[in-house]
Write a protein that binds this ligand. Sequence first.
Ligand code: DWN
Ligand code: SAH
Length: 405
Amino acid sequence: MHHCRICNHPTETFLDLGPMPLANAFLLPEDFLREHFYSLRAAFCPSCGMVQIADNPDPEDMFHGDYAYFSGQSRYMVQHFQGFAHSVRDTLGLGPKDLVVEIGSNDGTMLTNFASAGFRHLGIEPSGNVADVARAKGVETLVTFFNRETALAVREQQGPAAAIIGANVVAHIPDMHSVAAGIKALLAPDGSFVFEAPDLASMIVNGAYDQIYDEHIYFLSASTVAHVFGLYGLTLVDVQEQWVHGGSLRFWLRHSEGARISDAVARQLAKETRLGLGETKTYDAFRRRCEKSRDQLRQVVGDARAAGKRVVGYGATAKGTIVLNYCGLTPEMIEFVSDTTPAKQYKFTPGTHIPVLPHGAFAADYPDYAVLFAWNHREEILAKESQYAAKGGKWIFYVPDVHVL
Ligand code: DWN
Ligand code: SAH
């Protein structure tokens, strides 16, 4: 039986996605036979409300010197992170002498906005290859995992942080107690901790089961964030909806003493209650929706292939790994997946072993259908691929439901 990582209460498994490879472990044929699979199940804690995966692979097996995801691959995300950095700077009135620490700084896409303006800054990033890209941009980076010990060491060497920021990383860290204790220790008395994560409400509303994978340990809400960080004397003072990654929340936290809470927090909490995020039946309905989506996607792709059409994937996302494996899509059904990331190209998708090819393979010979695995970048991609549609190419979407455009 699985116990909640937050409160130790037994959890309820609501979705079993089967044996899964690591979502970002793109591989070469010589490694097909020793590919590692784990059991991917999503669970709900009826006691504290935290939604989480039941078993997680070791963080060292996912975040290392050969990590496949580079934040800077999307032009819209680069702009988004500039907006994030400026909002933190302006809201908190930060100046160059203030220390800004980013957790999960990846290739430096966010922190470069502080580094280039001469701010004291530090990225904490365990994946050495992406950290090298950040350093080459002049972003100071410590190659290690953020936790309480790292936080204490940084505080010892650099003093307290005026701002600690992060995107798509807090829910990636299994020991959230250690994260919260670390933030509490590193944050200056009037400092703020500001982070973003795809939120549980959006996942449920969109039927986005492909957010569930090895790296995403938790699916956060204002309710669970306020609860966990509250245990460590940190208060959720504001929350802002973001469009990125299919719907995210930006959480603003401060030390609890004297913290003033924005009305937006109560509004978000009320929305989460309305959506039934604290009720088992919500997750049962979600499972039924996922199963239906899986059957429909198989059908649409299968029908296209039966009619002799070419089908490819667009964006070799971590999310796509889940969809390909859960829906049982094979190299006979999906010819290749196009992706702009050099570290993924000429490798094969985890578990399903479909070739990943540079964008040129898509552009040079348009297929009849493309499954958009990078559906969160839909606006950016549809705008730049207007020629594909103009020439009769069709997109297959599976979020919020399976449909062809
Ligand atoms: O949380 C996480 C997020 C931030 O990034 C990580 N755990 C892992 C990763 O998730 P993902 O792989 O699902 O992220 P994206 O941003 O949906 O990945 C987009 C992929 O598509 C990248 O490999 C780049 C590629 N791409 C492309 O080929 N053409 C992206 C765009 C915008 C394009 O035009
Ligand atoms: N922040 C970037 C990258 C998100 S991908 C963005 O939003 O685009 C998740 C990142 O978190 C990876 O770069 C991974 O190496 C990093 N990471 C994972 N566990 C971590 C930890 N304990 N501390 C700091 N970073 C971590």
